[in-house]
Design a protein around this ligand. Structure first.
Ligand SMILES: Cc1cc2nc3c(=O)[nH]c(=O)nc-3n(C[C@H](O)[C@H](O)[C@H](O)COP(=O)(O)O)c2cc1C
Length: 277
């Protein structure tokens, strides 16, 4: 708040306008509050954050249990609701976790150095310009990953695919006969959509992780679809109040936690023969 003295007596009070950015499409809005609906991409105000200088993502190197990834274009819509449910279960179980919404991060597409020459794809990744290297380190220093995605064209979101493609540097360790850094870690998968492709999407996501030596938790993925007739508002109400979804996410997250407690990563060390592409 600042005040302008006007003449001798008049004082005008003005609120300093804030700058808000949509995390989905990058639209910039000036005002005290974000717009209720993004004028450019129709996302809700929940996708807006106050614009600040963005620092590259860093990891402090402290080991933790579970990396929770929301792979949706929206951080706070249907996939986000599933991730919120998952977060509640992690909190209830005192699990040391970190959550990231990919739409808030800068993840460039894979440079595909591997396609030039297999030894050109190195870990750490040669692309150190964005937020992926910090996530790579977190993958290595966590014991399990829970990934959530909407179904887009019977597949995962493009954002998630860009991120998973960037894991090639970890998978390539096995191809280059170097020590793998992910064997025996655990994965769980959450998928939502309107009508179909849930199972395929979950398996497409799993393929990445199995190539890195991850183990799918028993009953380790869930998908939920509810029909294409809904719009953003009714979608939101449906997913938030869907007891089946809540129960299923609860089950998947618990299964990941229990599998993680078996410490397969330590128990299988040096006993696994990597069969990767
Ligand atoms: C480009 C695009 C493709 C989609 N393709 C499918 C699909 O193949 N199958 C499906 O069930 N839903 C599909 N949907 C619907 C989304 O999966 C659904 O709206 C989802 O809840 C969006 O998640 P979000 O709210 O986190 O963005 C598609 C949506 C978009 C935008």
């Amino acid at each position: 708040m600042f005040t302008i003295a006007c003449g001798e007596t008049k004082k005008i009070s003005m609120q300093k306008s804030k700058t808000w950015k949509c995390s989905v499409c990058g639209y910039i809005h000036h005002g005290n509050e974000p717009p209720e609906e993004c004028p450019q991409c129709s996302s809700s105000s929940k996708e807006y954050s106050e614009e600040r200088d963005k620092q590259k993502l860093k990891f402090n190197g402290e080991k933790f249990d579970i990396l929770l990834i929301n792979g949706s274009s929206h951080r706070a819509h249907n996939t986000g609701i599933m991730v919120n449910f998952a977060e509640e279960v992690l909190k209830k179980n005192n699990v040391n976790y970190r959550r990231f919404n990919l739409n808030e991060l800068n993840i460039q597409h894979c440079w595909c150095c591997y396609s030039m020459r297999d030894s050109a794809c190195t870990y750490p990744c040669r692309n150190q310009l964005d937020d992926a290297p910090a996530l790579h380190e977190m993958i290595v220093d966590s014991r399990a990953v829970i990934v959530a995605s909407p179904i887009n064209w019977n597949n995962m979101s493009a954002r998630l695919k860009d991120f998973l493609d960037r894991l090639t540097c970890l998978q390539n360790l096995y191809l280059l006969k170097k020590e793998g850094l992910t064997t025996g870690k655990v994965v769980g998968i959450l998928v939502n959509g309107h009508e179909d492709g849930g199972m395929k999407t979950a398996l497409d996501i799993f393929l990445y992780f199995q190539q890195m030596g991850y183990v799918l938790a028993p009953f380790g993925f869930v998908y939920r679809t509810h029909g294409a007739q809904y719009n953003a508002k009714t979608d939101d109400d449906f997913f938030k109040n869907d007891d089946i979804l809540k129960k299923e996410v609860d089950g998947i997250v618990s299964n990941v936690i229990e599998t993680m407690k078996q410490d397969l990563e330590a128990n299988l060390k040096d006993k696994i023969f990597p069969v990767s592409e």
